[in-house]
Design a protein around this ligand. Structure first.
Ligand SMILES: [Zn+2]
Length: 338
């Protein structure tokens, strides 16, 4: 009987649920009113009501809200909820004894649990949820970034909106859209973001730190620490390499703080033999006995992304040109004079 009452009340409030539709027996779908669903695609509907035993539940595949229909209703409309509680727990075939049913009694006192929208999605949208004509999607496609990575990348329609999740960055005043690359730590907590210009702005990257005292390394949430790890400079470059972490800039010092097995690490610096800073870094890490990739002279691409765009195979490049110790020193000297 309780499932029947749940569905009765679902139908009663269904006119308030955008794009509400019965999909099949025991399954209904609507736009999620908790997170507001996709901001850019008004046809997206990722909220589902489904049956489990004798109860109706709600689940959103966008914000991961997951709750009993009663909780959903309570948050939607207190008045209707009161009627619902009365009908569900004091009448019908369950009779007054329902009040002594421990499970349902506990449910009645369930606190309001609105799942908080993942913080980033308050200001940005995953590329995997955007149409191909979106500017950031276009930008990534033009740079040959694999579509499989679109789930980790975001589009922020106005860069200024970042203050909603990083209130101390009020100095950001411009409103251009950007490609947003999120940084997570190993625990999967958002530690920062970088926002890449897609309209040719002078300031190519805007870095935002969201957690104090956490090194910003791109890809830490996916890295397998027991397998060979490649370290690169640019977050975008890292999207082309297996098990890869980007130091975002030349902050390679962060690597040592990670406590990774040195023997599993190989570092790919940008292919810029005329850049004194890059050369200093390569030399430093050769001396520290890290494995480093020394680009062969016949490759003109200045970084991994350009190399891929020119049709290069990164896996092969790393496999064939990783050196350590004396050999690395020799190849480095050669590279400097390419
Ligand atoms: Zn939702």
């Amino acid at each position: 009987m309780s499932y029947f009452i749940d569905t009765k009340y679902l139908n009663m409030v269904s006119h308030r649920l955008p794009l509400f539709v019965k999909k099949k027996t025991d399954l209904w779908n609507c736009r999620c009113i908790i997170c507001g669903d996709s901001k850019t695609n008004k046809r997206k509907a990722r909220g589902y009501f489904y049956r489990q035993k004798n109860d109706l539940y709600y689940k959103c595949h966008n914000c991961d809200a997951s709750q009993h229909f009663g909780t959903f209703l309570k948050n939607l409309d207190t008045h209707t909820y009161q009627q619902y509680v009365f009908e569900r727990y004091s009448k019908g075939e369950n009779g007054p004894k329902a009040h002594t049913n421990a499970e349902e009694f506990v449910y009645q006192h369930e606190p309001i649990t609105f799942t908080v929208k993942p913080v980033l999605e308050q200001v940005a949208t995953k590329l995997s949820e955007l149409p191909d004509d979106n500017e950031a999607v276009q930008y990534c496609l033009s740079r040959s970034i694999p579509r499989s990575k679109f789930i980790d990348l975001y589009y922020i329609p106005s860069v200024k909106d970042i203050v909603k999740i990083a209130p101390e960055y009020t100095s950001i005043k411009t409103e251009e859209p950007r490609l947003l690359l999120p940084f997570y730590n190993e625990q999967g907590e958002l530690t920062g973001v970088t926002m890449r210009a897609i309209r040719g702005e002078h300031l190519r990257y805007i870095m935002i730190k969201l957690k104090e005292n956490e090194p910003l390394l791109f890809g830490m949430n996916h890295v397998k620490k027991n397998e060979p790890i490649t370290i690169v400079e640019g977050p975008i470059d890292s999207l082309f390499v297996d098990n890869c972490v980007a130091v975002a800039g030349t902050g390679f010092g962060k690597i040592e703080a990670l406590g990774l097995d040195k023997n599993l690490i190989q570092i790919v610096f940008d292919n810029q033999p005329r850049n004194i800073e890059v050369c200093k870094l390569v030399e430093k890490y050769i001396k520290l006995d890290y494995k480093v990739v020394i680009w062969p002279c016949n490759i003109v691409a200045k970084d991994i992304n350009e190399f891929v765009e020119n049709g290069g195979e990164v896996r092969r490049l790393i496999h064939e040109h990783t050196y350590q110790g004396l050999m690395a020193q020799l190849k480095f000297t050669k590279w400097r004079n390419c």
